[in-house]
Design a protein around this ligand. Sequence first.
Ligand code: HXC
Length: 257
Amino acid sequence: MELIKVTEQHEPHVALIQLNRPKELNALNPQLMQEVRDALVALDKNEAVRVIIITGNELAFAAGADIKQMADKSAIDMLLLDQFTTWDQIRKTKKPIIAAVSGFALGGGCEFVMTCDMVIASETAKFGQPEIKIGTIPGAGGTQRLTKAVGKAKAMELILTGRFLSAEEAHFYGLVNKVVPKEMYLQEAFTLAKEIAQLSPVAVQLAKESINRSFETHLDEGLTLERKNFYLTFASADQKEGMKAFIEKRKPDFKGQ
Ligand code: HXC
């Protein structure tokens, strides 16, 4: 594992996965997501593990998919890359996953948080789907899960403007379970994990599966549409301009093409 750190027994029955590309604010590339998937598959099989915590660092949980790796891709490159099979495998993890979030959870980072089951946030956490500012849209479930989490009007505002939510706002809208001072977010995630780890792992797994079913009945259809539209943005000049402008640290000039 190059881009994540895994501690199988950080506490009895509780494993920790730390995203570890600090210089890039934990920007999510396919390799990182595959490492997360491989770790989760192994932890799901490991009978000693009952609850999994995923975290980043104080500055960032993850600032989104890696824009530098995506900027020049065509719609067909994105389709063939097929990165969302990895995300689908992550979402099939049977054991509960708690996201412990400090700093930025943006774009794919926010989508990753919403793929987890519960969220403990530091008061410094910032959530958002800023893809629109670089000429694309959420591609890993954001239009579906954020809408279910915060309601249509707020999801429209966040996804159409790219505005960020503070930790307190995210708590108000039900995106996170609890907000704590930044020295405490990981500890608080462990407190929650240890409480769940004392309970029947069988019942916990079945309860998780059942709760997720309430989201998933129509999720497949929604995710399919979202993916097609996400790929389609890579056929636009605006996506090329938006991502290029980010890399060149200037404002994008969108032409609507
Ligand atoms: C690649 C990224 C990155 C990203 C930050 N970096 N976010 N690199 N992809 N998503 C890099 C920067 O280029 C920079 O590297 C370094 O991390 C520090 O970032 P700064 O911008 O200098 O930091 P700061 O001024 O503090 O601003 C933080 C920030 C900003 C607000 C989070 O970095 C930002 O807006 N990032 C992009 C957020 C975003 O648009 N996310 C959505 C991506 S699309 P250098 O080497 O230049 O110093 C997406 C689609 C998901 O997620 C689809 C499915 C997977």
